[in-house]
Design a binder for this molecule. Structure first.
Ligand code: SF4
Ligand code: SF4
Length: 309
């Protein structure tokens, strides 16, 4: 057992509804009933209460199945948690569809948004305007796209129109294999695309999850990450604490940024230092030679090829 001074939590409550309907959405879509929404709200408020009283420093990335920021309780909780002295970062994955006026109530030194652009779900101009509004409000955020061929033109246009200070990440599409030429197209937009292009072999490899990073669901069930079902304990009875410690990954590969970013064999805690949860590189915008070095480094560090799960 170890007792980290800082605990990173990936929180995913039962909320599953979304105002968008992306064809590539990895999550089963549903309409949440009023009763389900009440359960989600109560679960989030209980989690927020635990964070408020936590003895260690805390960072949280909310990774809802659906869209959280359309719900008032997510907006309020993010704003409230961002003011706590022992909270280093409060971030959420979002489609950025919700007007950002709610961020006025937040501590913008702590709040951050992981934004995703879904080209077939939102008018381009509206999305770019939303990014501009976030910038003018001083909100810290990244923007990304799923690297599907049909998204490339829109992603290029977005990269051209966004200020250089805004990092645009690209996720390799699920089940999609990229030729070197295709990968180069995406890497021209995101110099760190090489980390996403292939799944990372992980069986038996070290991973900070289960030690200083955990996944928590709406009932407080603690797992090491969203991808390994083994339960470590519960957040609310404290039983998870005795299970914290180093343990190798049991999965053959890790193909999601919110997972492999925590593998110490990858340099991502350095690449994204200060912005690990919201996916913002430490050096951004990078100097041209830094970009080239990063891509080369990534290829060199790869220990083996694998197919995305
Ligand atoms: S915005 Fe995200 S959660 Fe909503 S449908 Fe698209 S991929 Fe799924
Ligand atoms: S490498 Fe990925 S799948 Fe394995 S334990 Fe870490 S986050 Fe989970």
């Amino acid at each position: 057992m170890t007792s980290p001074d800082h605990l990173t939590i990936l929180y995913r409550g039962p909320l599953a509804s979304c105002d968008y309907d992306c064809g590539y959405c990895p999550f089963a879509k549903r309409r949440d009933t009023p009763a389900q929404l009440r359960v989600d709200r109560a679960a989030l408020e209980r989690f927020a209460g635990w964070v408020a009283d936590a003895p260690e420093r805390i960072s949280v990335l909310f990774t809802p199945w659906g869209e959280g920021l359309t719900r008032s309780w997510y907006r309020r909780t993010l704003a409230e948690l961002s003011h706590l002295r022992h909270v280093d970062r409060i971030a959420i994955q979002t489609n950025l569809g919700t007007r950002p006026s709610w961020t006025e109530a937040a501590n913008l030194d702590t709040l951050a948004l992981w934004g995703t652009y879904h080209p077939d779900q939102v008018p381009y101009e509206r999305f770019v305007a939303r990014c501009g509004e976030l910038r003018s409000r001083g909100v810290r955020f990244s923007v990304g796209v799923v690297g599907l061929p049909e998204h490339l033109a829109a992603a290029r246009r977005l990269r051209d129109d966004l200020p250089a200070e805004v990092y645009l990440w690209v996720n390799a599409a699920e089940g999609h294999t990229y030729t070197d030429a295709e990968a180069a197209d995406w890497a021209a937009l995101d110099p760190h695309f090489a980390f996403s292009r292939h799944a990372h072999p992980s069986a038996g490899h070290a991973c900070r999850t289960g030690e200083s990073v955990v996944s928590v669901d709406g009932e407080g069930t603690v797992r090491r990450c969203h991808f390994v079902p083994e339960v470590l304990g519960n957040l609310y009875d404290g039983s998870f604490r005795t299970a914290l410690g180093p343990r190798p990954c049991p999965k053959p590969v890790c193909d999601c940024h919110i997972g492999y970013v925590h593998m110490p064999e990858l340099p991502l805690y350095d690449v994204f230092a200060g912005g690990i949860l919201e996916r913002i590189p430490a050096l951004w915008p990078p100097a041209a030679n830094t970009v080239a070095d990063t891509v080369t480094d990534t290829a060199a560090r790869r220990t083996g090829e694998s197919t995305r799960a």
